[in-house]
Design a protein. Structure first.
Length: 465
């Protein structure tokens, strides 16, 4: 086991005020506060860019959808190019310093992007304002570089959370992070729209830059071991392996672990299902629910509310059931729910089940993090995170692409009647993904049987794991 920060110990936690005890310890309270603000800033930033490109730069242009998709592409490409290597860096260097440097860099990048909005005249540019094509290029460039920074920040964040939070409190920590992320997803679009149309794009961008500054201040105030060499001073630096040897060692460790492989397989299947569901649900609304496509937004709101409630419930009660069991049961019930959802023809039950789907996805995601940390020695934390996270992004993209391809080509004209039940292309895909989730849930329940996470005594949890 790795050495934990002294502030993660039960003794020190007991002396803290109630609010900090709920947030586990001073270090995690600072970390969570900074990341909550940063998550809200990221949500505002993402929506702002879409609005900026779609309603100002590419408005009325036939290539507008392509221009908007370019923002997503600039965000995702670094996940596959940089993230696997960034995990090695997080396991070799001072993690707190990595996080501080990446926050500072992202704040500067977003602040510089304000210059492309035209709010300030540029003396070296004709007319004092960048042409639209240059604005678009500036957006892509800043988004790409900010995403590169995120690939270094995220594994360091994962590792420093494990160092800061003792195992009994990691499920609560994961639930708190999921709760803040869900809140950002619900509140961010409204804040972004209000800022964009009310005060202009520049102020919306400055909100995100300020959120990174807040995160920087919170991380700077933390006092934690910052890397495996600091946390284990008895290991001499001379034993540090070369970069590529450590990279290979991380992959060998990951795929040699029963728990980590199980988590990867189940998470990939769940993200494929999630991508397919969100891609085709608008067509399901029209074709199967026979409702105005505008109700798609209502369904997504129900899903977002379910994600938030699931995170809150998991924060307090996951240990009562057992974290490994929560993961398996959440996937199993989600699969069954999706099988039922695929057969619906009315909007009211669809809203209820979509909320339940969000709830179950959130429960599963909260359970993943403490299980990942439980299975990973401190020196491998960065590399394990950098294998897991890009795989999930690839899975969601795969679900989006595959479901869209099948619904548009192979299953486009598919209609059949089985046992008196009429089936079409979208509900067939939902049925297949539901069956895959059921299999993933059963797989997790079998493969993770006997995996024990130390209970959070402060929550009254038992040892159900």
């Amino acid at each position: 086991m790795s050495r934990l920060s002294p502030e993660a110990s039960p003794t020190s936690a007991a002396s803290l005020p109630w609010a900090l005890r709920f947030l586990i310890n001073r270090n995690f309270a600072l970390l969570w506060s900074g990341q909550t603000i940063s998550s809200l800033g990221d949500s505002v930033f993402a929506i702002t860019l879409v609005l900026w490109v779609a309603t100002r730069i590419a408005v009325g242009q036939p290539w507008a959808p392509l221009a908007v998709s370019g923002v997503l592409l600039a965000t995702i490409v670094p996940e596959f190019l940089v993230s696997p290597l960034a995990g090695v860096v997080a396991d070799r260097l001072n993690r707190r310093r990595i996080m501080l440097e990446m926050d500072a860099t992202r704040a500067v990048l977003i602040a510089l992007l304000v210059l492309a909005t035209g709010i300030l005249p540029l003396p070296l540019v004709a007319g004092g304002k960048l042409p639209l094509a240059w604005q678009l290029g500036a957006i892509y460039g800043v988004v790409f570089l900010a995403s590169v920074c995120s690939q270094f920040f995220n594994p360091a964040l994962f590792a420093i959370t494990a160092v800061t939070v003792a195992e009994p409190q990691r499920t609560r920590a994961s639930g708190l992070r999921q709760t803040s992320a869900s809140m950002a997803g619900l509140v961010g679009p409204a804040v972004a729209a209000a800022l964009f149309f009310g005060t202009g794009v520049a102020w919306a961008l400055l909100v995100n830059a300020a959120s990174f500054a807040v995160s920087f201040v919170c991380i700077a105030a933390m006092r934690v071991p910052t890397g495996p060499r600091e946390a284990e001073p008895h290991e001499p630096p001379a034993r540090q392996e070369g970069f590529w040897r450590e990279f290979g060692a991380g992959w060998r460790f990951y795929f040699g672990s029963r728990i980590l492989v199980t988590l990867l397989i189940t998470a990939v299947l769940s993200l494929i299902a999630f991508g397919a569901l969100n891609t085709l649900d608008i067509f399901f609304v029209a074709q199967n629910l026979h409702t105005n496509p505008g109700f798609y937004a209502v369904l997504m709101s129900a899903q977002g509310l379910g994600l938030l409630i699931g995170a809150i419930v998991a924060t307090g009660f996951a240990h009562r059931i057992g974290v490994a069991r929560v993961l398996g049961l959440s996937l199993l019930v989600w699969g069954i729910t999706l099988l039922v959802y695929a057969r619906l023809t009315e909007i009211a039950p669809a809203l209820a089940l979509m909320g339940l789907i969000g709830f179950l996805l959130s429960m599963a995601q909260v359970a993943e993090t403490p299980l990942l940390m439980h299975a990973t020695p401190e020196k491998f934390l960065g590399r394990v995170s950098s294998v897991f996270v890009p795989a999930l992004s690839a899975a969601e993209l795969g679900g989006i692409a595959l479901s869209g391809y099948l619904a548009s080509t192979v299953l486009r004209h598919f209609h059949a009647t089985v046992l008196g039940i009429t089936i079409g292309p979208v509900d067939t895909i939902f049925t297949a993904t539901g069956a895959a989730l059921v299999a993933a849930g059963l797989y997790a329940l079998v493969r993770l049987r006997g995996v024990r996470i130390a209970p959070d005594e402060g929550s009254g949890a038992d040892r159900a794991d």
